[in-house]
Every structure is written in C-alpha cells, then in structure tokens.
Design a protein around this ligand. Structure first.
Ligand code: SAH
Ligand code: MG
Length: 214
C-alpha cells in the first residue's frame, strides 16, 4: 500500500499556514498510516492552522478513523505579537488576541477532510484529563516551554495504546538549533523504558510504545 498522501492533500498541506516542513510532514504521515492499523484515534497536540492536521486526517480517512487535534488557538509564546513566529493575519481584531481556529477550519474544508477530524478547543492538559480511551498515535507539537511540553507528555502518553506511536516534533539535541523542551520529553520517553525508537526525520522523532509502565 502506498503511504504517501494524494497529490491534492500534499498541495493543501503545502499551501496551509504552519510550521511543518514537507519532509517531516511526509514522515508524520507515514507514521500516522502505520499507527492507523491499530484502529484507534490519532491525536495531535498543536493544531495551529491545520497544516499537520491534514496529514493525520488523511491517514484517518483512509483507515476509517478519527483524527483528534487539540489547541486553545491563542498561539504559543513565540507566536505572540512582537515575537519571531507571529503572523498578524491570525489575530482576531475584536478581542485583540490570536485566533487560528477560523484559518484551521478553512484549511480542513478546502482539503475536504472536515468529516474525519474532531477539534478540541482548549488547553491540552484539560483535554487529556477528560480523555477516556486508548489512542493509536500521539503527536506532540504544542507549546515549547518545559511546562507545556511536559504536561503534553504526562497528559497524553499514558493514553497511547501498546504498539501505538509517540511522535514528537522540534526535537533539537543541540541548543543552537532550537529550544530543548521537546528534546527533554523525548529523552524522558526513552528513559521510561516503555518505548522503542524508530528512524527519525530531522527534528521529528517517532517512538513505539512497546511496554506499559507510564
Ligand atoms: N502542528 C502545527 C504547528 C503547531 S504550533 C503545524 O504543523 O503547523 C503550536 C500550537 O500549539 C499553537 O497553535 C498553540 O496555540 C498551541 N498550544 C501551545 N500550548 C498549548 C496548550 N497548553 N494547549 C493547547 N494548545 C497549545
Ligand atoms: Mg513544530
């Protein structure tokens, strides 16, 4: 079975706002296709404008599953006005805060993937606290402070089924390349003994849950 997304999904991905490079996106998609064989929902932390969500949604659609994506849609620290990754197009002028939800919805709609996605709008730890079932994939691409990355790991990794995949974006072992919080949760996952690492693609790391004990 071919695992690459259809050309129209790739085109939608390329034209969507966001922070997922194509080669890492293809690796994420391949992980999602593989994880989908478990028949469980695929979960993303960090929707932003839906760029990476499209890839999980495409894998979910092909397997008859649901992609779940969590974001408060107010942006991470580094996306706020005055910071490096700010985009003034995603500010709600009425409330004066970032709001990426409308752009996210357009992204999904344009790609014809709305049906396959459940969007949870709110803070990741709150969503994790009420989430009740096992997941086939947990993709962590939310806040990049230690507080947020740690909460994402602690909140969602325990919901990952055995055999499921934990995928972490923006893992930079060298501080010169980027913040260390995603790297630290990656190390923590490895140290837990519950995961086996699969091949990485740049900053995208893929771990398979092979044991209980989280
Ligand atoms: N996956 C996206 C990029 C995500 S950017 C892409 O491929 O383009 C990170 C996102 O995480 C932002 O939209 C921000 O609002 C969200 N975020 C940060 N901390 C969060 C938290 N604690 N709970 C929910 N969302 C959070
Ligand atoms: Mg990222």
């Amino acid at each position: 079975m071919a695992t690459a997304p259809e050309p129209e999904i790739l085109a939608a991905f390329e034209s969507a706002k966001g922070f997922m490079p194509r080669h890492e996106g293809l690796a994420l998609h391949a992980a999602a296709v593989e994880a989908a064989s478990l028949g469980l929902p695929l979960l993303e932390v960090g929707t932003y404008c839906g760029r990476s969500t499209l890839l999980l949604a495409d894998a979910a659609r092909a397997a008859g599953l649901t992609a779940v994506t969590v974001d408060h849609h107010r942006g991470s620290e580094e996306q706020q006005p005055g910071w490096e990754y700010h985009d003034p197009e995603v500010v709600d002028p009425e409330v004066g805060l970032m709001d990426t939800l409308p752009t996210f919805r357009r992204t999904l709609h344009r790609a014809g993937l709305e049906e396959h996605v459940l969007a949870l709008v709110g803070r990741s730890p709150r969503a994790a606290a009420v989430w009740g079932g096992p997941l086939g994939l947990v993709f962590i691409d939310g806040g990049h402070t230690d507080e947020h990355a740690t909460a994402d790991y602690e909140g969602w990794a325990p919901h990952l089924a055995e055999g499921g995949l934990l995928v972490i974006h923006d893992v930079f072992p060298d501080p010169a390349d980027g913040g260390q919080a995603p790297y630290r949760i990656y190390l923590r996952a490895l140290a837990s003994g519950a995961f086996t690492e699969l091949p990485a693609t740049d900053s995208l790391r893929v771990l398979r849950r092979t044991a209980p004990g989280l």
